[in-house]
Write a protein that binds this ligand. Structure first.
Ligand code: NAD
Length: 494
């Protein structure tokens, strides 16, 4: 019998008001149920927001360095439990063990990095224009933050939201993805063990439409921090606009690697394989488009396809596995649907293109690493986010065309160029319109102390990570102190 888990509201572990539940299953082995979780609705959300609201005043008045100490302790617990959590992550969402370890490590890095903000939360002091007057700006928390997260980075992405929101003095209602509720529960348990007071962080499990939607619309939520698809992100943004709420959106991507004719081809193939098929292509920063100079197209394609064909599918817990399953059946069918679209559009299927039902793969949701050649940049497979192990190869004549292709989707998260020519690298750095550009490295590999996010329909102008993460979770307040003892009129008496 699978263990039954609960929501965490106002410092207590509680069932959903409705008593309804849902299961978390292992995508590499659908018969393994990892746990049973409360299927919450608007009534649970209301209780959670009420608790977060009630605890806000006490929490915001707790000195920031004291708030932050809790997260140093949480970081230590994450370090201690890294291996256990990584194995659980592989069982809950499928990615291979070394990638799960990387996910936990990113959570540790973020937790330590932002804990340091407890002793910074920097504002500015600046001279005032009048005598005997002092001017400064400080950061203040907003209130109740709704944190809504996807399943592909079940520890890293929640830490990107929860830690800066809480260190800055906000209280939080956390609605994790319905595919990874167990990892979310473990993270909340760790924060409680580290000393986070009850009610400051509340956990509400459930489906997007039933729990996420009422959370976004709740009038006492001041800020929604959302990571997920652009379609849902748009709905979240519209709902927030209606209520004058701040909203930070991290959404989809259709990221490109440009391979120039002077590139080190083996290095570029390494980056393309890692970027295209790591996490079974289910990363917002996945390299799903390879934009390749025609002079090296044949050689690059041969090397890439040979490597793709050699990738071993299987349970991510096994050392012999290169590529794990995809998250669920709906996604498996969606990916396969895109293969049919690609074939209909006239692209040439080079490898993969099918659901793997052989051997152990029959137990789960496995899709063969897939590559298409003869792809035109306007095709749907070159424009739409598939979020699976499907990579398209688009030939180009020169750098100008490569950059034009790279910039031609509605997204703009990550990008990369492989070239040995410093001039071309700098042109790409300048002209690729995206939140992130790598030179001679794949589209994935963000470090937590730099801004992370994208342009166009990938984001709405905010950046998680870096000091910019704090900008999302705080409001600016400007303060003037006049110690002249008389009326001084700025812009008139100055
Ligand atoms: P999703 O949009 O389906 O779900 C994301 C979260 O939103 C889940 O918790 C879900 O329950 C919730 N949700 C769904 N409908 C909702 C609604 N109507 N109101 C409120 N909440 C709702 O995305 P997913 O399938 O979990 O994740 C994959 C997507 O996330 C991809 O598009 C990927 O590119 C994107 N992503 C982006 C980043 C980034 O930083 N830019 C990082 C990881 C994933």
């Amino acid at each position: 019998m699978a263990e039954v888990y609960r929501n965490y509201i106002d410092g207590k572990w509680v069932e959903a008001v409705s008593g309804a539940t849902f299961e978390s299953i292992n995508p590499a082995n659908k018969s393994e149920v990892l746990g049973v979780f409360p299927r919450s609705d608007h009534r649970d959300v209301e209780k959670a927001v009420e608790a977060a609201e009630a605890h806000f005043d006490r929490w915001r008045k707790t000195p920031a360095p004291k708030r932050a100490e809790i997260f140093y302790r949480a970081g230590e617990i994450l370090v201690r439990r890294r291996e256990e959590l990584a194995r659980l992550m592989t069982r809950e969402m499928g990615k291979v063990l070394k990638e799960s370890r990387g996910d936990i490590q990113e959570g540790i890095d973020m937790t330590y990095y932002i804990a340091g903000e407890g002793r910074r939360l920097l504002g500015e002091t600046t001279p005032a224009e009048l005598p005997n007057k002092f001017a400064m700006s400080i950061r203040i928390p907003l209130g109740v933050v709704a944190a809504i997260t996807p399943w592909n980075f079940p520890i890293a992405i929640p830490t990107w939201k929860l830690v800066p929101a809480l260190v800055a003095g906000n209280t939080v209602v956390f609605k994790p993805a319905e595919d990874t509720p167990l990892l979310a529960t473990r993270l909340v348990e760790i924060l409680i063990e580290a000393g986070l007071p009850g009610g400051v962080l509340n956990l509400v499990h459930g489906y997007g439409e039933e729990a996420g939607r009422p959370l976004v619309r709740h009038p006492d939520v001041a800020l929604v921090s959302f990571t997920g698809s652009s379609e849902v992100g748009r709905e979240v943004a519209v709902a927030c606009a209606e209520n004058y709420k701040r909203v930070s959106l991290e959404m989809g991507g259709k990221n490109a690697i440009i391979v120039m004719d002077d590139a080190s081809l083996d290095l570029a193939v390494d980056g393309a394989i890692w970027g295209g098929f790591g996490t079974s292509g289910q990363r917002c920063t996945a390299a799903s488009r390879l934009v390749v100079h025609k002079r090296v197209l044949k050689e690059f394609t041969e090397k890439f396809v040979n490597r793709a064909k050699a990738l071993r599918l299987g349970d991510g817990l096994l050392e012999t596995t290169d590529v794990g399953p995809v998250i669920n059946e709906a996604q498996l069918n969606r990916i396969h649907g895109y293969t049919q679209i690609g074939i209909k559009e006239g692209a040439e299927l080079l490898c993969g293109g099918g659901i793997c039902r052989e051997g152990e793969c029959a137990k789960g949701f496995f899709y063969l690493p897939t590559a298409f050649a003869e792809v035109d940049s306007k095709m749907r497979i070159a424009q739409e986010e598939i979020f699976g192990p499907t990579v398209v190869i688009i030939p180009v004549d020169d750098l100008d065309e490569a950059i034009e292709v790279c910039n031609s989707t509605k997204y703009g998260l990550s990008s990369a160029i492989y070239t040995q020519d410093v001039n071309k690298a700098f042109i790409a750095m300048r002209d690729i319109y995206a939140g992130i550009t790598y030179v001679n490295a794949s589209t994935i590999g963000a470090e937590v102390h730099l801004p992370f996010g994208g342009v166009r329909q990938t984001g709405n102008g905010h950046r998680e990570g870096g000091s910019t993460a704090i900008d999302i979770f705080t409001e600016w307040k400007t303060i003037y102190v006049d110690y002249s003892g008389r009326l001084q009129r700025a812009t008139i008496d100055a």
